[in-house]
Design a binder for this molecule. Structure first.
Ligand code: SF4
Length: 451
């Protein structure tokens, strides 16, 4: 049963020192209870209390990490059924399958696409995370060689090693060293051997169920063997079964605290269909409905990109707008005669506007005013992008030292603010820019500082 903030507070040293970067112990306790802070962030609690609170405040879906140190892929850690209840914590990992039965060129092609299909959006790099390596022949040497090929070829890939042979898995896991993979393939028959292999290698272990009930049995057995870090494949290989199992597992873990299903799921759309578009659709459904990892048969840009975007949208915290820092940004190497443009700090606005300016090749100063992540009109309506605030920011930004002219270009949507701004910024001319960022390049190419 989860502890309340008051129960956690009773176990804290109550120094109110702020070393946890939260001003008071009470505020810290409330954050720990809400799952927004880790008890380990207070340096004064004993290991015993850490364990006690850590267990009690652990999320119903256990947090599992692949890799070590800073270079890890984290899955699970989920606390709710619906994103609007709080947020989804760790995005679904997207991966590709390679097997020991594949031709070298097929494996190399997948590794090459893993490395090259990367995109940037709102300052976030979108890329695949996982390569699943399958021991399809049951041969240790071939399996280890393929694992090594993936390790060498895809330096930042996290690995899922799939085999029903614990000793083959151990050998391949040892080749991974610090890049701790997920070992995958525990069944009722091999559970004890798999548990020892996972403990020996210090890796999380994947349950390979034949159906949901079977996955629960295996999971219970592995928990009985003392394993804490598991991932679950319920064996579902149809779209409907995969959806049902993922929903049942998440509901059981979150609402009933049912431990054997309190782990992230590993799903295999690559084994559900031969049709790439159907595979993309199933993957899309599984991103929305709780998969920890989705394994695809191949990586193709036209399928990956929409999945990345979906993932970015679903796993963005709905309570925290995406923002960029308030600052003066130089685009295309501006000088003292370059235009000065101002907009809000909603990151989508920033990246669209800066992208358009960059594309125009016109050297420009882009002033980003902190509007708490609100878009231009919303910020203006909320009183966070008013003339007085813009004027204060302009002074603080010291833009006057960077340009000879005194002309500020404001978003077209703020045209009604022109007079007010000119009063707040004596000596400055206010020019109304385009409403849409897409019209900025043409506008900037025509722009000349006001005489
Ligand atoms: Fe309290 Fe610990 Fe935070 Fe200090 S570091 S305020 S003692 S919770």
């Amino acid at each position: 049963m989860a502890l309340t903030g008051i129960q956690i507070l009773k176990m804290l040293p109550k120094k109110n020192c702020g070393e946890c970067e939260i001003p008071t112990c009470l505020a810290f306790a409330m954050k720990v209870a809400a799952g927004q802070a880790e008890i380990g962030e207070c340096p004064y609690v004993s290991d015993e209390v850490k364990e006690q609170i850590g267990e009690a405040s652990a999320p119903p879906i256990r947090t599992i990490k692949l890799g070590t140190g800073e270079d890890t892929f984290t899955m699970g850690g989920e606390t709710c059924l619906y994103r609007h209840e709080k947020r989804f914590e760790n995005f679904t990992g997207l991966g590709v399958l390679v097997t020991t039965e594949m031709a070298d060129s097929d494996v190399e092609g997948r590794i090459e696409r893993f490395n090259s299909l990367r995109y940037e959006r709102v300052g976030v790099e979108m890329k695949a995370d996982v390569i699943a390596v399958k021991d399809a022949k049951g041969d240790e040497g071939t399996f280890v060689a393929l694992t090594q090929k993936v390790l060498d070829g895809a330096k930042d890939a996290k690995l899922v090693l799939i085999s029903d042979n614990a000793s083959n898995l151990t050998a391949a896991a040892k080749a991974c060293g610090d890049r701790k993979p997920l070992l995958f393939g525990a069944t009722l028959d091999n559970a004890a051997d798999m548990a020892s292999a996972a403990k020996d290698c210090g890796c999380a272990l994947g349950v390979q169920g034949s159906n949901l009930d079977n996955a629960v049995e295996i999971s219970e057995k592995l928990i009985g063997e003392g394993l804490k870090d598991l991932a679950i494949d319920t064996g579902a290989r149809t779209m409907r079964a995969a959806l049902e199992d993922n929903i049942v597992a998440r509901k059981a873990a979150v609402t009933k605290k049912f431990k054997p299903l309190g782990f992230p799921t590993v799903t295999f759309p690559c084994e559900m269909t031969d049709d790439p578009l159907m595979e993309a659709m199933i993957s899309s459904m599984l991103i929305a409905k709780y998969a920890g990892i989705v394994i695809l048969s191949d990586l193709q840009g036209d399928i990956l990109f929409p999945l990345f975007l979906e993932r970015l949208n679903i796993f963005t915290d709905p309570q925290r707008p995406m923002v960029v820092e308030e600052d003066v940004y130089s685009v295309n190497g501006p000088g003292e005669d370059s235009p000065v443009i101002i907009t809000c700090n909603f990151s989508l606005t920033y990246f669209i506007v800066s992208g358009e300016i960059e594309g125009s090749k016109v050297p420009s100063w882009l002033l980003i005013k902190d509007t708490e992540g609100l878009s231009v009109l919303t910020a203006w309506a909320a009183g966070k992008f008013g003339a007085d605030l813009i004027a204060q920011f302009m002074k603080k930004s010291a833009i006057e030292d960077k340009v000879k002219h005194r002309e500020l270009i404001i978003p077209g949507y703020l045209a009604s603010m022109k007079g007010e701004l000119e009063e707040e910024l004596p000596g400055w001319t206010i020019t109304i820019g385009p409403r849409e960022a897409g019209h900025l390049p043409a506008f900037l190419k025509e722009w000349k500082p006001a005489a």
